[in-house]
Design a protein around this ligand. Structure first.
Ligand code: SAM
Ligand code: SF4
Length: 473
Protein backbone atom coordinates (compact mmCIF):
# COMPACT_ATOMS: atom_id res chain seq x y z
CA UNK A 1 0.00 0.00 0.00
CA UNK A 2 1.25 3.47 -0.90
CA UNK A 3 2.27 5.37 2.19
CA UNK A 4 0.68 8.81 2.51
CA UNK A 5 1.17 11.70 4.89
CA UNK A 6 -1.56 13.07 7.15
CA UNK A 7 -1.45 16.42 8.95
CA UNK A 8 -4.04 16.98 11.69
CA UNK A 9 -4.46 20.47 13.10
CA UNK A 10 -6.46 20.52 16.33
CA UNK A 11 -8.14 23.53 17.92
CA UNK A 12 -10.06 23.24 21.20
CA UNK A 13 -10.55 21.01 24.20
CA UNK A 14 -9.34 17.56 25.32
CA UNK A 15 -12.23 15.93 23.42
CA UNK A 16 -10.76 17.27 20.20
CA UNK A 17 -7.30 16.04 21.17
CA UNK A 18 -8.81 12.60 21.77
CA UNK A 19 -10.70 12.76 18.46
CA UNK A 20 -7.48 13.69 16.62
CA UNK A 21 -5.92 10.51 17.96
CA UNK A 22 -8.89 8.48 16.72
CA UNK A 23 -8.75 10.13 13.30
CA UNK A 24 -5.08 9.10 13.04
CA UNK A 25 -6.07 5.60 14.19
CA UNK A 26 -8.88 5.04 11.65
CA UNK A 27 -6.85 6.43 8.74
CA UNK A 28 -3.70 4.39 9.48
CA UNK A 29 -5.04 1.26 7.68
CA UNK A 30 -5.39 3.39 4.50
CA UNK A 31 -1.63 4.03 4.63
CA UNK A 32 -1.70 7.46 6.31
CA UNK A 33 1.06 8.34 8.79
CA UNK A 34 1.34 11.61 10.68
CA UNK A 35 3.44 14.61 9.62
CA UNK A 36 3.98 18.05 11.16
CA UNK A 37 4.75 19.58 7.75
CA UNK A 38 1.56 20.71 6.01
CA UNK A 39 3.37 21.26 2.70
CA UNK A 40 4.33 17.61 2.38
CA UNK A 41 0.92 16.24 3.49
CA UNK A 42 -1.40 14.26 1.18
CA UNK A 43 -4.31 15.01 3.47
CA UNK A 44 -4.94 17.81 5.99
CA UNK A 45 -7.63 17.48 8.65
CA UNK A 46 -8.71 20.63 10.48
CA UNK A 47 -10.25 19.50 13.75
CA UNK A 48 -12.33 22.50 14.79
CA UNK A 49 -13.91 24.06 17.90
CA UNK A 50 -16.88 26.42 18.13
CA UNK A 51 -17.22 26.93 21.90
CA UNK A 52 -16.44 30.64 21.49
CA UNK A 53 -16.51 32.83 18.39
CA UNK A 54 -12.74 33.27 18.44
CA UNK A 55 -12.12 29.52 18.12
CA UNK A 56 -14.43 29.38 15.11
CA UNK A 57 -12.68 32.33 13.46
CA UNK A 58 -9.34 30.61 14.04
CA UNK A 59 -10.59 27.50 12.23
CA UNK A 60 -11.84 29.47 9.21
CA UNK A 61 -8.67 31.53 8.96
CA UNK A 62 -6.54 28.34 9.04
CA UNK A 63 -8.80 26.78 6.41
CA UNK A 64 -8.47 29.91 4.27
CA UNK A 65 -4.67 29.56 4.29
CA UNK A 66 -5.00 25.99 2.99
CA UNK A 67 -6.51 27.27 -0.30
CA UNK A 68 -3.08 28.37 -1.51
CA UNK A 69 -1.47 25.05 -0.60
CA UNK A 70 -4.21 23.14 -2.42
CA UNK A 71 -3.74 25.34 -5.50
CA UNK A 72 -0.08 24.32 -5.64
CA UNK A 73 -0.96 20.66 -4.93
CA UNK A 74 -4.42 19.79 -6.32
CA UNK A 75 -4.22 16.16 -5.12
CA UNK A 76 -4.26 17.34 -1.48
CA UNK A 77 -7.38 16.22 0.43
CA UNK A 78 -8.67 18.95 2.74
CA UNK A 79 -11.06 17.71 5.46
CA UNK A 80 -12.88 19.67 8.18
CA UNK A 81 -13.97 17.83 11.34
CA UNK A 82 -15.09 18.69 14.86
CA UNK A 83 -17.71 21.11 16.18
CA UNK A 84 -17.60 23.76 13.41
CA UNK A 85 -18.03 20.98 10.83
CA UNK A 86 -21.01 19.64 12.78
CA UNK A 87 -22.56 23.10 13.09
CA UNK A 88 -21.95 24.43 9.58
CA UNK A 89 -22.09 21.22 7.48
CA UNK A 90 -22.73 21.76 3.77
CA UNK A 91 -22.24 25.54 3.98
CA UNK A 92 -18.48 24.99 4.44
CA UNK A 93 -18.30 23.31 1.01
CA UNK A 94 -20.18 26.25 -0.53
CA UNK A 95 -18.01 28.81 1.19
CA UNK A 96 -14.67 27.03 0.59
CA UNK A 97 -14.23 25.38 -2.81
CA UNK A 98 -10.89 23.84 -1.78
CA UNK A 99 -12.52 21.72 0.97
CA UNK A 100 -13.20 18.09 -0.04
CA UNK A 101 -14.78 16.67 3.11
CA UNK A 102 -16.84 17.93 6.05
CA UNK A 103 -17.33 15.33 8.77
CA UNK A 104 -19.20 15.85 12.04
CA UNK A 105 -18.40 14.83 15.58
CA UNK A 106 -20.01 11.36 15.21
CA UNK A 107 -18.64 10.59 11.74
CA UNK A 108 -15.03 9.70 12.57
CA UNK A 109 -15.69 5.98 12.07
CA UNK A 110 -17.07 6.53 8.61
CA UNK A 111 -13.92 8.42 7.60
CA UNK A 112 -12.02 5.53 5.93
CA UNK A 113 -14.89 4.84 3.54
CA UNK A 114 -15.33 8.56 2.73
CA UNK A 115 -11.62 9.12 2.18
CA UNK A 116 -11.43 6.07 -0.15
CA UNK A 117 -14.27 7.52 -2.21
CA UNK A 118 -12.56 10.90 -2.45
CA UNK A 119 -9.24 9.28 -3.41
CA UNK A 120 -10.87 7.28 -6.20
CA UNK A 121 -13.39 9.73 -7.62
CA UNK A 122 -12.41 13.17 -6.22
CA UNK A 123 -16.00 13.75 -5.05
CA UNK A 124 -16.91 16.17 -2.24
CA UNK A 125 -18.67 14.76 0.84
CA UNK A 126 -20.57 16.06 3.88
CA UNK A 127 -21.45 13.72 6.77
CA UNK A 128 -22.89 15.32 9.90
CA UNK A 129 -25.21 12.53 11.05
CA UNK A 130 -25.56 12.27 14.82
CA UNK A 131 -26.38 8.99 16.57
CA UNK A 132 -27.70 8.23 20.07
CA UNK A 133 -25.34 5.32 20.73
CA UNK A 134 -21.62 5.34 21.23
CA UNK A 135 -20.25 1.77 21.45
CA UNK A 136 -21.48 0.62 18.04
CA UNK A 137 -19.26 3.08 16.19
CA UNK A 138 -16.22 3.22 18.44
CA UNK A 139 -14.27 4.86 19.81
CA UNK A 140 -11.10 2.89 19.11
CA UNK A 141 -7.97 4.54 20.40
CA UNK A 142 -5.26 5.57 17.94
CA UNK A 143 -1.47 5.40 18.28
CA UNK A 144 0.60 6.69 21.22
CA UNK A 145 3.80 8.63 20.73
CA UNK A 146 7.22 7.51 21.97
CA UNK A 147 7.57 7.96 25.72
CA UNK A 148 3.96 9.10 26.12
CA UNK A 149 3.15 8.90 29.82
CA UNK A 150 -0.45 10.08 29.87
CA UNK A 151 -3.45 9.45 27.61
CA UNK A 152 -7.08 10.52 27.35
CA UNK A 153 -9.81 7.87 27.43
CA UNK A 154 -13.27 9.07 26.52
CA UNK A 155 -16.00 7.51 28.66
CA UNK A 156 -18.99 9.36 27.24
CA UNK A 157 -19.89 11.90 24.62
CA UNK A 158 -22.44 14.66 24.18
CA UNK A 159 -24.30 16.53 26.89
CA UNK A 160 -27.90 16.81 28.08
CA UNK A 161 -27.47 19.82 30.33
CA UNK A 162 -28.21 22.64 27.93
CA UNK A 163 -26.50 25.46 29.79
CA UNK A 164 -27.94 28.51 28.05
CA UNK A 165 -24.56 29.82 26.79
CA UNK A 166 -23.21 26.53 25.48
CA UNK A 167 -23.08 25.03 22.02
CA UNK A 168 -21.89 21.55 23.09
CA UNK A 169 -25.29 19.77 23.23
CA UNK A 170 -26.01 21.14 19.75
CA UNK A 171 -22.77 19.98 18.13
CA UNK A 172 -21.82 16.88 20.15
CA UNK A 173 -25.32 15.43 20.47
CA UNK A 174 -27.16 13.83 23.39
CA UNK A 175 -25.24 12.33 26.28
CA UNK A 176 -24.22 8.69 25.70
CA UNK A 177 -21.91 6.60 27.90
CA UNK A 178 -19.57 3.83 26.76
CA UNK A 179 -19.88 0.38 28.27
CA UNK A 180 -17.44 -0.07 31.19
CA UNK A 181 -15.89 -3.14 29.48
CA UNK A 182 -14.92 -1.07 26.41
CA UNK A 183 -13.40 1.58 28.68
CA UNK A 184 -11.38 -0.95 30.69
CA UNK A 185 -10.17 -2.59 27.45
CA UNK A 186 -8.92 0.77 26.22
CA UNK A 187 -7.20 1.59 29.53
CA UNK A 188 -5.46 -1.84 29.48
CA UNK A 189 -4.35 -1.29 25.89
CA UNK A 190 -2.88 2.10 26.79
CA UNK A 191 -0.99 0.55 29.73
CA UNK A 192 0.41 -2.14 27.43
CA UNK A 193 1.57 0.67 25.12
CA UNK A 194 3.53 2.23 28.01
CA UNK A 195 1.04 4.82 29.27
CA UNK A 196 1.02 5.25 33.08
CA UNK A 197 -1.75 7.81 33.62
CA UNK A 198 -5.20 8.09 32.07
CA UNK A 199 -7.60 11.02 32.09
CA UNK A 200 -11.21 9.89 31.74
CA UNK A 201 -13.09 12.35 29.55
CA UNK A 202 -16.70 13.46 29.33
CA UNK A 203 -18.62 16.76 29.41
CA UNK A 204 -20.20 15.68 32.69
CA UNK A 205 -18.45 12.54 33.96
CA UNK A 206 -20.54 12.63 37.15
CA UNK A 207 -23.62 11.50 35.27
CA UNK A 208 -21.71 8.64 33.61
CA UNK A 209 -23.88 5.58 32.95
CA UNK A 210 -27.05 6.95 34.56
CA UNK A 211 -29.07 7.09 31.35
CA UNK A 212 -28.06 3.62 30.15
CA UNK A 213 -28.28 2.02 33.61
CA UNK A 214 -24.56 1.18 33.54
CA UNK A 215 -22.46 1.41 36.70
CA UNK A 216 -21.97 4.78 38.45
CA UNK A 217 -18.91 6.92 37.80
CA UNK A 218 -17.56 6.09 41.28
CA UNK A 219 -17.87 2.37 40.42
CA UNK A 220 -16.17 2.90 37.07
CA UNK A 221 -13.28 4.64 38.83
CA UNK A 222 -12.91 1.66 41.17
CA UNK A 223 -12.68 -0.68 38.16
CA UNK A 224 -10.12 1.50 36.39
CA UNK A 225 -8.18 1.65 39.66
CA UNK A 226 -7.80 -2.15 39.47
CA UNK A 227 -6.03 -2.12 36.08
CA UNK A 228 -2.56 -3.53 36.71
CA UNK A 229 0.35 -1.34 35.65
CA UNK A 230 -1.72 1.87 35.67
CA UNK A 231 -0.28 4.41 38.12
CA UNK A 232 -2.67 7.32 38.06
CA UNK A 233 -6.23 8.30 37.18
CA UNK A 234 -7.59 11.76 36.43
CA UNK A 235 -10.95 12.85 35.06
CA UNK A 236 -12.63 15.87 33.58
CA UNK A 237 -15.14 17.54 33.56
CA UNK A 238 -17.40 17.36 36.61
CA UNK A 239 -20.70 19.17 36.74
CA UNK A 240 -21.29 20.38 40.34
CA UNK A 241 -24.99 19.40 40.33
CA UNK A 242 -24.12 15.72 39.78
CA UNK A 243 -21.13 15.44 42.12
CA UNK A 244 -22.32 12.69 44.47
CA UNK A 245 -21.26 11.98 48.04
CA UNK A 246 -20.08 8.60 46.81
CA UNK A 247 -17.76 10.21 44.27
CA UNK A 248 -16.49 12.72 46.84
CA UNK A 249 -15.56 9.84 49.20
CA UNK A 250 -13.78 8.07 46.34
CA UNK A 251 -10.98 10.65 46.57
CA UNK A 252 -9.93 9.42 49.95
CA UNK A 253 -10.33 5.76 48.94
CA UNK A 254 -8.72 4.98 45.59
CA UNK A 255 -4.94 5.12 45.73
CA UNK A 256 -4.50 5.82 42.00
CA UNK A 257 -7.00 8.67 41.84
CA UNK A 258 -5.13 11.98 41.71
CA UNK A 259 -5.97 14.58 44.32
CA UNK A 260 -7.36 17.13 41.89
CA UNK A 261 -10.83 18.03 40.68
CA UNK A 262 -11.84 20.48 37.99
CA UNK A 263 -15.25 21.71 39.10
CA UNK A 264 -16.47 24.53 36.83
CA UNK A 265 -18.75 26.97 38.62
CA UNK A 266 -19.04 29.68 35.90
CA UNK A 267 -20.39 32.39 38.26
CA UNK A 268 -20.64 33.17 41.97
CA UNK A 269 -24.10 34.73 41.70
CA UNK A 270 -27.33 32.75 42.08
CA UNK A 271 -29.28 34.91 39.60
CA UNK A 272 -26.66 34.38 36.87
CA UNK A 273 -26.38 30.66 37.67
CA UNK A 274 -30.15 30.35 37.25
CA UNK A 275 -30.12 32.13 33.90
CA UNK A 276 -27.19 29.96 32.82
CA UNK A 277 -29.39 26.92 33.67
CA UNK A 278 -26.62 25.46 35.83
CA UNK A 279 -29.08 23.93 38.34
CA UNK A 280 -27.10 24.60 41.52
CA UNK A 281 -26.74 27.56 43.84
CA UNK A 282 -23.62 29.19 45.19
CA UNK A 283 -24.21 27.67 48.63
CA UNK A 284 -24.81 24.16 47.21
CA UNK A 285 -21.52 24.51 45.29
CA UNK A 286 -19.67 25.63 48.43
CA UNK A 287 -21.07 22.64 50.34
CA UNK A 288 -19.56 20.32 47.71
CA UNK A 289 -16.22 22.10 48.04
CA UNK A 290 -16.35 21.57 51.83
CA UNK A 291 -17.22 17.91 51.30
CA UNK A 292 -14.28 17.43 48.94
CA UNK A 293 -11.85 19.08 51.37
CA UNK A 294 -13.12 16.97 54.27
CA UNK A 295 -12.75 13.74 52.29
CA UNK A 296 -9.36 14.68 50.85
CA UNK A 297 -7.70 17.59 52.72
CA UNK A 298 -4.93 18.16 50.15
CA UNK A 299 -7.22 18.08 47.10
CA UNK A 300 -6.44 20.73 44.47
CA UNK A 301 -9.52 22.45 43.08
CA UNK A 302 -9.72 24.28 39.75
CA UNK A 303 -12.65 25.81 37.90
CA UNK A 304 -14.02 27.59 34.82
CA UNK A 305 -15.60 31.05 34.88
CA UNK A 306 -17.52 33.11 32.36
CA UNK A 307 -17.44 36.89 32.77
CA UNK A 308 -19.88 39.29 31.13
CA UNK A 309 -22.82 36.88 30.79
CA UNK A 310 -25.84 38.89 29.49
CA UNK A 311 -27.25 41.04 32.28
CA UNK A 312 -24.30 40.53 34.67
CA UNK A 313 -24.18 43.56 36.97
CA UNK A 314 -21.10 44.90 38.80
CA UNK A 315 -22.56 43.45 42.01
CA UNK A 316 -23.01 40.01 40.43
CA UNK A 317 -19.45 40.09 39.15
CA UNK A 318 -18.29 41.03 42.67
CA UNK A 319 -20.07 37.90 43.92
CA UNK A 320 -17.88 35.88 41.53
CA UNK A 321 -14.71 37.54 42.87
CA UNK A 322 -15.94 36.86 46.38
CA UNK A 323 -16.47 33.18 45.57
CA UNK A 324 -12.90 32.96 44.26
CA UNK A 325 -11.62 34.50 47.52
CA UNK A 326 -13.73 32.05 49.51
CA UNK A 327 -12.71 28.88 47.67
CA UNK A 328 -9.11 29.92 46.97
CA UNK A 329 -8.75 27.83 43.83
CA UNK A 330 -5.48 26.25 42.80
CA UNK A 331 -6.07 27.49 39.27
CA UNK A 332 -8.83 28.49 36.90
CA UNK A 333 -9.79 29.16 33.30
CA UNK A 334 -11.78 32.32 32.67
CA UNK A 335 -13.57 33.31 29.48
CA UNK A 336 -15.41 36.37 28.24
CA UNK A 337 -18.97 35.39 27.37
CA UNK A 338 -19.31 34.82 23.64
CA UNK A 339 -22.63 34.64 21.79
CA UNK A 340 -23.18 31.27 20.12
CA UNK A 341 -26.06 31.45 17.63
CA UNK A 342 -27.54 28.03 18.54
CA UNK A 343 -27.41 28.68 22.31
CA UNK A 344 -30.42 30.43 23.96
CA UNK A 345 -28.34 33.11 25.73
CA UNK A 346 -27.52 34.64 22.34
CA UNK A 347 -31.12 35.96 22.42
CA UNK A 348 -30.88 37.27 26.01
CA UNK A 349 -31.03 41.02 26.57
CA UNK A 350 -28.50 43.02 28.56
CA UNK A 351 -25.41 42.25 26.48
CA UNK A 352 -22.24 43.48 28.21
CA UNK A 353 -19.81 45.79 26.37
CA UNK A 354 -16.55 44.15 25.25
CA UNK A 355 -14.55 46.74 27.22
CA UNK A 356 -16.38 45.77 30.44
CA UNK A 357 -15.83 42.08 29.76
CA UNK A 358 -12.11 42.77 29.30
CA UNK A 359 -11.95 44.70 32.60
CA UNK A 360 -13.78 41.96 34.49
CA UNK A 361 -11.62 39.24 32.98
CA UNK A 362 -8.46 41.10 33.99
CA UNK A 363 -9.71 41.72 37.55
CA UNK A 364 -10.58 38.05 37.92
CA UNK A 365 -7.22 36.87 36.54
CA UNK A 366 -5.31 39.32 38.76
CA UNK A 367 -7.10 38.02 41.85
CA UNK A 368 -6.43 34.40 40.95
CA UNK A 369 -2.78 35.16 40.16
CA UNK A 370 -2.34 36.55 43.68
CA UNK A 371 -3.99 33.46 45.19
CA UNK A 372 -1.95 31.06 43.04
CA UNK A 373 1.27 32.84 43.99
CA UNK A 374 0.42 32.60 47.70
CA UNK A 375 -0.51 28.93 47.37
CA UNK A 376 2.68 28.20 45.45
CA UNK A 377 4.81 29.90 48.13
CA UNK A 378 3.21 27.59 50.70
CA UNK A 379 4.47 24.58 48.72
CA UNK A 380 8.12 25.74 48.74
CA UNK A 381 10.14 23.50 51.04
CA UNK A 382 7.76 20.54 50.69
CA UNK A 383 8.61 17.33 48.85
CA UNK A 384 6.09 16.25 46.22
CA UNK A 385 5.91 13.04 44.28
CA UNK A 386 5.64 13.60 40.54
CA UNK A 387 5.10 11.35 37.55
CA UNK A 388 7.96 12.28 35.24
CA UNK A 389 6.79 13.28 31.75
CA UNK A 390 10.11 14.12 30.05
CA UNK A 391 12.19 17.19 29.13
CA UNK A 392 10.42 20.45 29.97
CA UNK A 393 8.17 21.88 27.26
CA UNK A 394 10.01 23.65 24.48
CA UNK A 395 12.98 21.36 24.97
CA UNK A 396 11.40 18.17 23.71
CA UNK A 397 11.40 17.66 19.92
CA UNK A 398 14.74 16.45 18.59
CA UNK A 399 16.70 17.73 21.58
CA UNK A 400 16.23 14.37 23.25
CA UNK A 401 18.63 12.74 20.77
CA UNK A 402 21.22 15.52 20.68
CA UNK A 403 24.73 15.17 22.10
CA UNK A 404 23.82 17.14 25.23
CA UNK A 405 20.37 16.07 26.32
CA UNK A 406 18.18 18.71 27.98
CA UNK A 407 18.83 18.87 31.69
CA UNK A 408 15.56 20.49 32.75
CA UNK A 409 12.72 18.00 33.02
CA UNK A 410 9.20 18.14 34.27
CA UNK A 411 6.38 16.06 35.62
CA UNK A 412 3.05 16.48 37.35
CA UNK A 413 2.19 16.20 41.00
CA UNK A 414 -1.04 14.45 41.98
CA UNK A 415 -2.51 17.96 42.33
CA UNK A 416 -1.81 18.52 38.58
CA UNK A 417 0.87 21.13 39.31
CA UNK A 418 3.63 20.97 36.69
CA UNK A 419 7.01 20.81 38.40
CA UNK A 420 10.36 21.39 36.72
CA UNK A 421 13.61 19.91 37.98
CA UNK A 422 17.19 19.48 36.85
CA UNK A 423 18.30 15.95 36.08
CA UNK A 424 21.69 15.08 37.63
CA UNK A 425 24.46 14.23 35.10
CA UNK A 426 24.58 10.55 36.01
CA UNK A 427 20.90 10.13 35.15
CA UNK A 428 20.91 12.19 31.96
CA UNK A 429 22.24 9.36 29.84
CA UNK A 430 19.45 7.08 31.04
CA UNK A 431 16.45 9.21 30.32
CA UNK A 432 14.28 6.21 29.62
CA UNK A 433 14.65 5.29 33.26
CA UNK A 434 13.06 8.56 34.28
CA UNK A 435 10.12 8.98 31.93
CA UNK A 436 6.97 7.41 33.34
CA UNK A 437 8.45 6.89 36.81
CA UNK A 438 7.55 8.51 40.10
CA UNK A 439 10.21 10.83 41.50
CA UNK A 440 10.27 12.91 44.67
CA UNK A 441 11.04 16.59 44.18
CA UNK A 442 11.85 19.06 46.95
CA UNK A 443 10.22 22.31 45.85
CA UNK A 444 12.82 25.08 45.91
CA UNK A 445 11.12 27.95 44.13
CA UNK A 446 7.85 29.20 42.73
CA UNK A 447 6.39 31.95 40.59
CA UNK A 448 2.68 32.40 39.95
CA UNK A 449 2.97 30.28 36.80
CA UNK A 450 5.68 27.74 37.62
CA UNK A 451 7.20 25.56 40.30
CA UNK A 452 10.65 24.00 40.32
CA UNK A 453 12.73 21.86 42.62
CA UNK A 454 15.44 19.27 43.24
CA UNK A 455 15.26 15.53 42.68
CA UNK A 456 15.60 13.98 46.11
CA UNK A 457 14.75 10.37 45.32
CA UNK A 458 15.91 8.87 42.09
CA UNK A 459 14.41 6.01 40.12
CA UNK A 460 16.17 2.74 40.84
CA UNK A 461 18.45 1.53 38.04
CA UNK A 462 16.68 -1.81 37.76
CA UNK A 463 15.29 -3.47 34.68
CA UNK A 464 11.83 -1.90 34.42
CA UNK A 465 8.78 -2.86 32.40
CA UNK A 466 8.03 -0.46 29.57
CA UNK A 467 8.03 2.93 31.29
CA UNK A 468 7.90 1.30 34.71
CA UNK A 469 10.51 1.82 37.40
CA UNK A 470 10.38 1.53 41.13
CA UNK A 471 11.98 4.20 43.27
CA UNK A 472 14.85 3.59 45.64
CA UNK A 473 15.10 5.66 48.78
N1 SAM B 1 -18.78 20.46 30.26
C1 SAM B 1 -17.98 21.34 30.96
C2 SAM B 1 -18.78 22.01 32.08
O1 SAM B 1 -19.95 21.91 32.17
O2 SAM B 1 -18.17 22.69 32.85
C3 SAM B 1 -17.27 22.39 30.13
C4 SAM B 1 -17.39 22.41 28.68
S1 SAM B 1 -16.84 23.77 27.79
C5 SAM B 1 -15.97 22.94 26.55
C6 SAM B 1 -15.51 24.54 28.67
C7 SAM B 1 -15.82 25.89 29.20
O3 SAM B 1 -16.04 26.82 28.16
C8 SAM B 1 -17.06 26.01 30.06
O4 SAM B 1 -16.87 25.53 31.35
C9 SAM B 1 -17.33 27.50 30.02
O5 SAM B 1 -16.63 28.16 31.05
C10 SAM B 1 -16.74 27.92 28.68
N2 SAM B 1 -17.79 28.31 27.72
C11 SAM B 1 -18.73 27.53 27.17
N3 SAM B 1 -19.53 28.25 26.36
C12 SAM B 1 -19.08 29.53 26.40
C13 SAM B 1 -19.49 30.75 25.79
N4 SAM B 1 -20.55 30.81 24.98
N5 SAM B 1 -18.79 31.87 26.05
C14 SAM B 1 -17.70 31.83 26.88
N6 SAM B 1 -17.27 30.71 27.48
C15 SAM B 1 -17.95 29.58 27.25
FE1 SF4 C 1 -21.88 22.90 27.93
FE2 SF4 C 1 -23.17 22.91 30.25
FE3 SF4 C 1 -22.93 20.64 28.88
FE4 SF4 C 1 -20.78 21.72 30.06
S1 SF4 C 1 -22.61 20.93 31.08
S2 SF4 C 1 -20.91 20.92 27.98
S3 SF4 C 1 -21.15 23.89 29.82
S4 SF4 C 1 -24.07 22.43 28.24
Amino acid sequence: MKSKLLHISTIGCQMNVYDANQIAGVLAPLGYTGTDAIESADMVVVNTCTIREKAEQKAFSFLGRLAKIKLAKPSLIVAVGGCVAQQEGESILKRMPHVDLVFGTHAIFRLPEMVRRIESSRCRIVDVRLSDTIDADGPVAGPVSDGQVSAFVTIMRGCDNYCTYCVVPHVRGREASRHPERIIEEVRMRVEQGVREVTLLGQNVNSYGSKEGLCSFAELLARVNDVAGLKRIRFTTSHPKDLSGDLIRTFGRLEKLCHHIHLPVQSGDDGILKRMNRKYTRSAYLEKIDGLRSACPDIAITSDFIVGFPGETDGQFQATLDLIETVRYDGLFAFMYSDRPSAPASAFSGKIAESVKHERLQALLDLQEKITWEKHQAIVGRTLQILVEGPSRGLKSDDSDSVSPPTRWSGRASSNHIIHFDVPDDLLAKKELLTGTFADIMIEGAHAHSLWGRLVRQPKNAAPGKGETTIAA
